[in-house]
Design a protein around this ligand. Structure first.
Ligand code: ADP
Ligand code: ADP
Ligand code: MG
Length: 506
């Protein structure tokens, strides 16, 4: 029998939007929030929001946000009961989870053994095969030599094949191989990238599924043996194997496919004694097969779309189950409502192949109004540095139907105003009104396939030129970015005509 513990003070071992997101729920639960920060983050919104804040080191993450010793010391010194790791950084580090428990603190996440089992793509594949969960056809474990790789490719029916880092994450350490001649070089390249990014050069080989959909299932499990799935998210809009736009529910999954996948995800969670929130990722070959990809043992970036549709607060649930409470619902109580879409707003220059765009934010104004949620980590005084993730905000549109959620997101993207840095706002707008996105049958190849259209800067005679000014990004003459306020002041007559522009694709 697990007795419930009281959590009254939480240290958030993270920064940016996710630190704020977690603190907001803590505040709603009357839990004291403790921020940690690196020197350049001294005046960041997450620091200013927290009840208490402590500096833990310089800019480099390995000297601050990744310092297990300092984080635990800090939690003990300030009397926190629990640590929430957010996503990224130490969230999927089994040593951290273990060290937190050994220090007598509650880790708001799964047990260390679960994290280490699921942290390795090769180990998790083995575990899933044993639990009869379908995995992408490929190697049973690590692949060490060229000959071994060749043998595996043969056993899965030939090329294309995908070399993946066992410790991979964030889309890193992957190489697609189309013919045998490329195999040796690709193996070396994947190994090199994996060593650099994860300090582990273990790789393996699986079948490369051409133009699949990425479908993932949110699960939540308590310490009393209850595991519930909260439907799926479709995260097929990706670039460089990283998600850009996500939605709940998937526009194409049938109810049968959904309950089938949900059951598999619960089975996968039970197979690794899962506790807390997690995500089971699958790829769908668009014919009939769903394959297990990996399990993310943490809160996912795109968790808000699930929250909107399911009417739950995943961070609250995480804290409650970490305190030993039973889940407040059973599978049959889950009643989804409406549709939610999320756009990741990254500080990136889309027109230069998504290179990070750093600098000081000069002007920032978020959309508001019905059904729009912004989870952001920056404010008007923020400086976007190259030290951390380029995601500055997530924008979520929620409405009764998918169609309405799309128009709402389009409206919100047009309202989003930011100057000083380039962002993915104009790109998301283009993607969202693309007929294939609207049709719902898009795959992970969407951005690559339509790249020419999607990356086109607005043309002078295009209605979008007005919208680009509205959004405050650069127009075709490469003039300085303008906010709507500045544009009205500069050219009041033109503006009057375009004050309520129609949107021709809708
Ligand atoms: P999600 O599946 O939640 O969308 P992403 O793959 O986009 O996750 O990654 C979420 C965050 O975690 C990003 O900030 C990414 O850079 C970071 N991240 C993911 N995996 C790793 C890892 N293995 N090591 C370090 N950072 C990671
Ligand atoms: P990460 O840990 O980096 O998130 P994943 O295994 O989840 O790695 O894969 C990230 C993305 O790469 C997937 O969403 C998918 O788009 C693509 N991908 C991964 N494995 C395959 C595969 N076998 N075939 C086709 N695409 C794949
Ligand atoms: Mg993944």
């Amino acid at each position: 029998m697990v007795t419930a513990m009281k959590i009254s003070k939480v240290l958030i071992a993270n920064r940016g939007e996710i630190a704020l997101r977690i603190m907001r729920t803590c505040r709603e639960m009357n839990i004291i929030t403790v921020a940690v920060y690196s020197e350049p983050d001294r005046l960041s919104p997450h620091v200013l929001f927290a009840d208490e804040a402590y500096c833990i080191g310089p800019a480099t993450a390995s000297e601050s946000y990744l310092r297990i010793d300092k984080l635990i010391q800090c939690a003990q010194d300030c009397g926190a009961d629990a640590i929430h790791p957010g996503y990224g950084f130490l969230s999927e580090n089994a040593d951290f989870s273990r060290a937190v428990s050994e220090a007598g603190l509650i880790f708001i996440g799964p047990k260390p053994d679960t994290i280490s089992a699921m942290g390795s793509k090769t180990e998790s594949r083995k575990m899933m095969i044993a639990a009869e969960v379908p995995v992408v056809p490929g190697a049973a474990g690590a692949v060490d030599t060229l000959d071994e790789a060749k043998e595996i490719v043969e056993s899965i029916g030939g090329y294309p094949a995908l070399i993946k880092a066992a410790a991979g994450g964030g889309g890193k350490g992957m190489r697609i191989v189309f013919e045998e001649d490329e195999l040796e070089r690709a193996l070396a390249a994947a190994r090199g990238e994996a060593a650099k990014a994860f300090g582990d050069d273990t790789v393996y080989v699986e079948k490369y599924i051409q133009a699949p959909k990425h479908i993932e299932i949110q699960i939540i499990a308590d310490t009393h043996g209850n595991v519930v799935h909260l439907w799926e998210r479709d995260c097929s809009i990706q670039r460089r194997h990283q998600k850009v736009i996500e939605e709940c529910p998937s526009p194409t999954l049938t109810p049968e496919q959904r309950s089938h996948l949900g059951e598999i995800a619960v089975q996968a969670a039970k197979a690794c004694n899962y506790v807390n929130a997690g995500t089971v990722e699958f790829i769908y070959d668009n014919v009939e097969n769903f394959y297990f990809l990996e399990m993310n043992t943490r809160l996912q970036v795109e968790h808000p779309v699930t929250e909107m549709v399911m009417g739950v607060d995943l961070v609250r649930l995480q804290i409650e189950v970490a305190a030993g409470q039973e889940l407040p619902f059973k599978q049959e109580d889950i009643v989804p409502r409406g549709h939610a879409i999320e756009c990741r707003i990254n500080a990136e220059n889309v027109y230069q192949n998504f290179v990070p765009s750093t600098g000081k934010i000069e002007y920032l104004s978020f959309p508001t109004g019905p059904g729009v949620r912004i989870d952001s980590g920056v404010d008007q005084h923020s400086e976007v540095t190259p030290f951390y993730d380029p995601m500055v905000a997530k924008m979520i549109a929620y409405a009764a139907t998918r169609e309405q959620a799309i128009s709402r997101m389009v409206r919100a993207l047009k309202e989003f105003q930011i100057t000083g840095i380039e962002t993915t706002v104009p790109f998301c707008l283009k993607a969202l009104v693309h007929p294939e996105f609207i049709g719902g049958h898009f795959t992970t190849k969407f951005i690559e396939t339509y790249w020419d259209e999607l990356q086109k800067a607005p043309t002078p005679h295009d209605e979008e030129i007005a919208l680009s000014a509205l959004m405050g990004h650069v127009d075709n003459n490469n003039s300085k970015p303008v906010t709507r306020r500045e544009a009205v002041l500069q050219e009041p007559s033109r503006w009057k005509m375009q004050a309520t522009p129609g949107w021709k694709n809708r």
